[in-house]
Design a protein around this ligand. Structure first.
Ligand SMILES: [Mg+2]
Length: 378
């Protein structure tokens, strides 16, 4: 089998209602998909979690020409080849996100060619579904955050989610009010995470954590800068809430110091950015050496969500007990037509859990009409 063609799809869609988190306000969703075609007619799909224009250029004009004619099933060798080619210029960031998109597509092809769901090639799954936490609670201007957060909390709980993640970063007092409101709305027994998207310095992160510790917070995500593992360690030493992070980190080389120094309790590599599935498995193996849980970040299209699900389903429980850890994977509930409208057979969500697809590869069929509709022309 040989790679005969690689095409990127830069997708862009306006949002019905803009929303914000601590770092940015969104009026559009944007992503980049890649389709890898082969001599045997099998096609694979991948996605990059990175700004579209540079990542599409990295694939189209730098990486794709290097792999035409290669066998896409040689995932390990292809990864090493592509990473080595870009190492001197882009050991992290857009170039690695571009490799991630290609790597996911190669794995999709490899599993399709083997006629098995991808999670089987990655080690197999002990379950048919994975419980999700709902990611939502973004900041909006159309109604008060009190009303909005209460409505979302009720909706996620009634949809069957057993955990949900609240955005913080509005200042300690405001954050504490809203976290308390969500906890009171859902009651005990439902997991509650918070995510600051690195809005705070260590002192402020500690102040916030201490204010809300009594609300049984599963984890505090990105409390401080992703460039500051010492800041994580400072926060971790002074609070009782576990820390999560890693959506801005890349490759095993980037994650290793975080694990070795015990700066994270939950590592959240994004498979569409961290180096793809090939590298995600290495990151997870390293994490297991250091007692760090891995639960992938997933904020992309139906392709990225499926990649995260297959990867996570095939990871062993950690620690290896019968009942201690319940797996929980991210399920973005913010408006994103690429998650809901580009797939003819998206991964199914039922009562707050993703059902593992049983079709070959990622198990996601693409609606080409929808792709063209969202394709950015500029
Ligand atoms: Mg996050």
């Amino acid at each position: 089998m040989k790679i005969t063609g690689i095409e990127t799809f830069t997708l862009r869609a306006p949002l019905e209602e803009p929303f914000a988190y601590s770092q940015w306000r969104y009026t559009h969703r944007e992503t980049t998909l890649v389709e890898v075609r082969t001599s045997e007619g099998i096609t694979g799909w991948g996605e990059a979690y990175s700004p579209s224009a540079p990542v599409a250029a990295a694939i189209d004009r730098f990486l794709a020409p290097l792999v035409i004619g290669r066998d896409p099933r040689d995932v390990e060798d292809l990864w090493q080849f592509l990473y080595a080619r870009g190492l001197d210029y882009g050991p992290k960031g857009t170039l690695v996100a571009a490799i991630s998109a290609l790597d996911i597509a190669f794995w999709d092809i490899k599993a399709r060619a083997a006629h098995v769901p991808l999670y089987r090639l990655l080690g197999g799954a002990r379950t048919e579904s994975i419980p999700c936490y709902a990611t939502g609670f973004y900041f909006r201007e159309s109604e008060t955050l009190e009303r909005r957060f209460a409505k979302e909390a009720e909706a996620y709980a009634s949809e069957g989610f057993t955990a949900m993640k609240v955005k913080v970063g509005l200042g300690v007092d405001r954050d504490a009010e809203l976290v308390e409101l969500v906890r009171r709305t859902i009651g005990p027994g439902i997991g509650l995470m918070i995510d600051a998207n690195h809005a705070y310095d260590p002192v402020t992160a500690v102040r916030l954590a201490r204010r809300i510790e009594r609300f049984d917070i599963t984890w505090f995500e990105e409390p401080v800068s992703p460039l500051d593992p010492d800041g994580y360690l400072e926060v971790k030493a002074r609070i009782a809430i576990p820390l999560a992070g890693g959506e801005c980190e890349f490759t095993r080389f980037g994650f290793e110091p975080w694990f070795r120094r015990r700066a994270l309790d939950y590592a959240q590599p994004d498979l569409c950015a961290c180096g793809g599935i090939t590298e995600g498995m290495k990151i997870a193996a390293l994490a297991s050496l250091h007692q760090v849980h891995v639960t992938p970040h997933a904020w992309g299209s139906a392709i990225g969500q499926a990649a995260a699900l297959h990867f996570y389903a095939a990871r062993p429980r950690h620690p290896g007990t019968l009942t201690a850890e319940r797996k929980v994977i991210e399920c973005d509930r913010s408006e994103n037509p690429f998650r809901t409208e580009i797939a003819v057979s998206p991964v199914r969500l039922e009562r707050g859990s993703w059902l593992l697809p049983d079709g070959p590869g990622l198990g996601v069929g693409i609606d080409r009409g929808a792709l063209e509709r969202f394709r950015a022309t500029a």
